[in-house]
Design a protein around this ligand. Structure first.
Ligand code: PMP
Length: 426
């Protein structure tokens, strides 16, 4: 495999011709593969098919709570206890929300805009300007929430152990209009980054000019390991409290990628003050959540061990797909000098960085060859990747054979785009 940037013009031209031929042959196969979104595969969903018949005929009592009736705004206590162990907050500070977590994140922002949070002097919408820090690459749906509410997004680099804390500390200390930061602390979307204990401590401790600043702590992949090493990160709730900032973290999570995506349960966990603030808001919009769904989750998962055992089964399905992509990238892009990629130990994504100015072209070429990828730029606020370099790869949904083919299509698209760019540069 040649180092493409150091090839002579003649060698580059003949390499390009070879790649073009291989790419055309691939495109002729007429595959139709989709690596766009982090959806669980059918085989993963099958792991929880029991849910379809739970809680089962005649089972509707959770202790003395009749799940068929109104009530329990914060969710079933037993399920709150179970999820408390996953999200590192005491059960009385866990709210089991609707079917997934994105709506809880959206509502936390919407409520803050309309009412302010429990430390705000006024609703955020009454401020002249509101800004959030967005570690990049990041999750497009976080950015969409900001866009929806006219919140300015300030990109900050995501490094090996989390956001660049020198940059973050300086920004939040100097600008009282910065009210939040999006954090996916474990197996981040899309890089797989795991925040270091030092980063977590600094986020908990840093001085913020805004008293009502919040960490939007989206722990979507808390138990979604891809290796035998079940990585644990420092407890953000505990760190915030210890540093005198007990209200700083809004913690979110869900069972979307544990049980059924879209028919799971979402979690909001936080300080006493934040939880009562949140409950005050939702008590106006609902008399109580879907406790029948909560009960069937309780019956299926049972306890933290039940969750861990189930996640091992997910891993057995997911890990070979990630391995296949990484193996294909390593084999075909390894020493070409035109791509680098992350090797996540959990979560749902791999980040592929290609030569500057090539990401859009790679996505286009892949699509023309039958492999659909997340649009280039989606990993950055407003879809604007200033280097046009970063591509999110989501290998979870197709089966292993399809993933292998898709990875081949991606590799050929990367090599074709890179050689064309190098040839154009002369
Ligand atoms: N947060 C992150 C970081 C995600 O990657 C996803 C799913 N792609 C979500 C939240 C969505 O989670 P939910 O299904 O709980 O809304």
């Amino acid at each position: 495999m040649p180092q493409l940037p150091s090839l002579s013009a003649d060698d580059l031209r003949s390499y390009h011709a070879q790649i073009r031929q291989r790419y055309d042959a691939f495109a002729k196969r007429g595959v139709k593969l989709n690596l766009t979104r982090g959806k669980p595969s059918s085989a993963q969903l099958d792991l929880c098919n029991q849910l379809l018949s739970l809680p089962g005929n005649g089972d509707f009592m959770a202790g003395n709570i009749d799940c068929r009736n109104y009530g329990e705004l914060a969710g079933l206590p037993e399920l709150r206890s179970l999820l408390a162990t996953v999200f590192g907050v005491t059960a009385d500070r866990v709210i089991v929300g609707e079917n997934a977590s994105l709506s809880l994140m959206h509502d936390s922002v919407a409520f803050s805009m309309l009412k302010g949070n429990c430390d705000s002097e006024r609703p955020w919408s009454k401020e002249s300007r509101i800004a959030f820090l967005c570690p990049v690459p990041g999750y497009d749906r976080h950015f969409s929430i900001c866009q929806e509410f006219g919140i300015e997004m300030i990109a900050v680099p995501l490094n090996e152990g989390g956001p660049d804390m020198d940059v973050v500390e300086k920004l939040v200390a100097g600008d009282a209009q910065i009210k939040g930061i999006w954090c996916v602390p474990k197996y981040s979307n899309p890089t797989g980054t795991v925040y270091s204990n030092e980063t977590i401590e600094r986020l908990a401790k840093m001085k913020t000019a805004a008293r009502d600043f919040r960490l939007f702590w989206d722990n979507a992949y808390a138990v979604h390991h891809l290796t035998a090493e079940r990585i644990e990160i420092a407890n953000i709730d505990e760190a915030c409290a210890r540093n005198g900032n007990p209200n700083r973290a809004f913690i979110f999570g869900s069972t979307s990628k544990v049980t059924f995506a879209g028919a799971g349960v979402g979690v909001f966990a936080s300080s006493k003050g934040n939880v009562s603030w949140y409950l005050k808001r939702i008590e106006k919009r609902t008399i109580g959540g879907d406790k029948v769904n909560q009960l069937r989750h309780l019956r299926l998962l049972k306890n933290a061990d039940g969750v861990a055992t189930l996640m091992d089964k997910h891993r057995a399905i997911m890990a070979p797909k990630f391995d296949k992509v990484l193996e294909t990238f390593g084999e075909h892009l390894g020493s070409t000098g035109v791509a680098s990629w992350t090797k996540p130990k959990g979560g749902y994504f791999i980040t592929l960085d290609v030569m500057d100015g090539c990401a859009k072209q790679v996505v286009k070429l892949a699509k023309e060859a039958g492999v659909e990828l997340t649009p280039a730029g989606a990993t950055h606020p407003l879809g604007n990747d200033p280097h046009d370099r970063t591509i999110r790869i989501a290998p979870s949904f197709p089966d292993l054979a399809e993933v292998a083919q898709a990875a081949e299509g991606v590799v050929l698209s990367v090599l074709l785009a890179a050689t064309e760019k190098l040839l154009a540069k002369g």
